[in-house]
Design a binder for this molecule. Structure first.
Ligand SMILES: Cc1ncc(C[n+]2csc(CCOP(=O)(O)OP(=O)(O)O)c2C)c(N)n1
Ligand SMILES: [Mg+2]
Length: 444
């Protein structure tokens, strides 16, 4: 593995065991998706250990980065990191993978397993939800801390995504990604696992477009990371890309990373079979030999290897302490906003919220669109939805309440994007907001 200054042989060992765990978990239950979890193990490990701002002792910490595994079929990618990070998942839970009542269902489920930010499985949907989360993150800081320079607010954080070929083939991610580019959602960092394999085989059977060019055309910051010459993920190049993605705060970032599915399984690597089938005892034993592990052992995780991964808690505690200090100072200098945050977190409505809902007299024609806009926008401090008729994207203004989606205002991306807000924080989008009509045209 390519050297990075803070990557040790212990990290190699953690990753080797994580790959073997993915193979063992699928083999035990007889179904699931081992290949992608094997090849993505170093990617997710590096992200969770060094780049993601999170605190496994408090999965609801509002200052955390969000992580969404859009390719939910590779749930072991996430479960293994939740186990290694110390979110409460243990080896027993990995051994119960895909069994009834376990904390490790086939696809990650929000509200079921601590550390899972979003239910995923339908390809493309996780990317769209993440766009909604990035919008919610901007809304949150615009509402609570608009004066802080970009990147310096206690509410600034990143939304990280790992997605696969299928995610970017789906139209739902395209709609949302286009909007993310227009909205310059710089907090969004998507790692695309470009392994050129899907359930049917070579993705080039059906998918040959230049994804990088498409995302550049959307206005994204695109970084390409080639695989290492032996087929492994080039961890040093990937690490540099993660740093660059995080640094870019005015455009969403796409890290297009080449990988080899099921690496380093001798026969299964690079095959569609490894996408959704158990590898078989013989191939798993051969993979463990290639990884330098004992082929006889199943679900191996030496105590010192796990302890090394769980050193993360020290890093988390340090980040948390710094953030808590910053947050306390924000609270004392912004008492009104601090009260507002408290209310939002309690999911309480403001006193008298319904006092200025307009009443429409019977007998007078009002376009339902206009009536819904007036109703939702009651309150003098609000930006008026009618401004959308002029085609302005309002969401980038601090405290703005409207999202202008342009033409696909009732398109497939809207539902997952709308889920992103409440999943991220305390905001609930109006269901009616999705129904607004296409705007007459955008300003030049
Ligand atoms: C919208 C949608 N259609 C179909 C599926 C079924 N499905 C699950 S995984 C998969 C193939 C995915 O290939 P890729 O995204 O490249 O993942 P990889 O094999 O590289 O892990 C398909 C078609 C799905 N989960 N969601
Ligand atoms: Mg693929």
């Amino acid at each position: 593995m390519s050297p990075i200054s803070d990557w040790s042989e212990m990290d190699d060992l953690v990753v080797a065991h994580a790959r073997a765990l993915a193979a063992d978990a699928v083999q035990k239950v007889g179904n699931g998706h081992p290949g992608t979890a094997m090849s993505l193990a170093p990617v997710a490990y590096r992200l969770f250990q060094r780049h993601l701002v999170h605190d496994p002792s408090d999965p609801q910490w509002i200052g955390r980065d969000r992580f969404i595994l859009s390719c939910g079929h590779s749930s072991l990618t996430l479960y293994t990191q939740l186990f290694l990070s110390g979110y409460g998942l243990e080896m027993k839970d990995l051994q119960e993978f895909r069994t009834w009542g376990s904390l490790t269902p086939g696809h990650p489920e929000f509200g079921h397993t601590a550390g899972v930010e979003m239910t995923t499985g339908p390809l493309g949907q996780g990317v769209a939800t993440a766009v909604g989360m990035a919008m919610a993150a901007r809304y949150e800081r615009g509402l609570l801390d608009p004066q802080s320079p970009l990147g310096n607010s206690v509410f600034d954080h990143s939304i990280w995504v790992i997605c696969s070929d299928g995610d970017l083939q789906e139209g739902v991610s395209a709609e949302a990604s286009s909007l993310a580019g227009t909205q310059e959602l710089g907090s969004l960092n998507v790692i695309y696992d470009d392994n050129r394999i899907s359930i049917e085989g070579d993705t080039h059977n059906a998918f040959t477009e230049d994804v990088s060019a498409r995302y550049r055309a959307y206005g994204w910051h695109v970084i390409e990371v080639a695989a290492a010459s032996n087929g492994n993920v080039d961890i040093a190049a990937l690490d540099a890309a993660m740093v660059a993605a995080k640094k870019e705060i005015t455009k969403p970032s796409l890290i297009r990373m080449k990988s080899v599915i099921a690496w380093p399984a001798p026969k299964a690597q690079g095959t569609a079979g490894s996408h959704g089938s158990a590898l078989g005892d013989e191939e798993i034993a051969a993979t463990k030999v290639a990884l330098g592990l004992n082929p006889e052992e199943k679900f191996a995780m030496p105590a010192e290897v796990l302890a090394h991964a769980r050193l993360l808690k020290d890093r988390a505690a340090k980040m948390r302490k710094e953030w808590d200090k910053k947050f306390a100072s924000w609270q004392s200098s912004n008492p009104e906003q601090a009260k507002l945050l408290e209310r939002l977190r309690a999911k309480a409505l403001p006193a008298g919220w319904d006092s200025d809902i307009p009443i429409f007299a019977p007998g007078k024609d009002v376009a339902t669109r206009a009536a819904s806009g007036d109703t939702r926008q009651g309150g003098s401090e609000d930006l008026h939805c009618a401004q959308r008729a002029a085609g302005r994207a309002l969401f980038d203004q601090p405290g703005a309440r409207c999202r202008d989606c342009g033409c696909p205002s009732s398109g497939p991306a809207n539902a997952p994007m709308d889920h992103g807000g409440p999943a991220h924080a305390a905001f609930r989008p109006s269901a009616l907001a999705r129904r607004h009509q296409p705007t007459a045209g955008r300003p030049s």
